[in-house]
Write a protein that binds this ligand. Sequence first.
Ligand code: GDP
Length: 296
Amino acid sequence: MFGLRKTLGSLFKSSKTDEAWFDTLEESLIQSDVGLPTTQQLMSKLRKAAKSEKASSSEELQALMIDEVGELLKALEPSPNPLFESKQINIPEVWLVVGVNGAGKTTTIGKLCRLFQSQDKSVLLAAGDTFRAAARNQLQEWGSRNHVDVITQEGGDAAAVAHDAIHSAISRKSDILIIDTAGRLATQDHLMEELKKVKRVIGKALPGAPHHTLLILDGNTGQNGLSQVRAFHTALGLTGIIVTKLDGTAKGGVICALAHTLQEGSKPAILALGKGEGIDDLAPFTAKQYSSELFN
Ligand code: GDP
């Protein structure tokens, strides 16, 4: 259950929608990481609707909120979703996966393996985080759980692992190659330079690849999450985002803030949501459903 839902559950059942009601709503939106600009935009629409008596009861305001947020989030909805509904064009289809340590990158790669296998696709993994032995081991664990090979190199560099993995995927005729990357280096600039190099090497080894550059984002990181998205998108041109940890007591509002942050220019779509630590806890993202989950 989202944190937001707990507060709003009672708020949207209230019989009175006075100024105090609007203030509480505004406060819960901000506390749930919806972000100030989006909150102000939503509150202004709701207040206007209440004034003109277009929507005055809490139920009507709830329905309006779900519609408004659903519209806002539509900009982040993929169509078609390359994880769940697209036809595979490239073999191997290369997924470069980036994100800071702890965001849930390795866990999500495990989930992606399972998802692609359930679509009868063969998968190969590459351990591109050559800085942390623990990351490599964790990826190998997910690999063996899914009966998937993992390309690694003792002490090699990430670009070399990626290069190797592309050639292995081509010679094995793997449908999918997922390349894990480092989530932390000495500085953010250093990390971005490393990732750009990995991306360049992938493109040289297989023109057109990576076909997807996917950011794994912890759904509970608030404003910090937004700057992560900006930094990765500027450096790498993200094509998709998976937001993790949207289960338990997640605040859930960061996705609304994301829609606002990414309003201009090319937007990476949200492909899926991580809803638990288990291998099947991955759900497609749809704007309407997310909005109604957030406010019901
Ligand atoms: P990495 O450092 O980015 O590779 O992150 P990990 O995959 O190791 O995940 C960090 C922690 O977050 C682990 O304890 C995972 O079990 C947990 N985690 C990952 N995804 C989710 C999720 O969707 N929901 C929850 N509740 N926990 C998650």
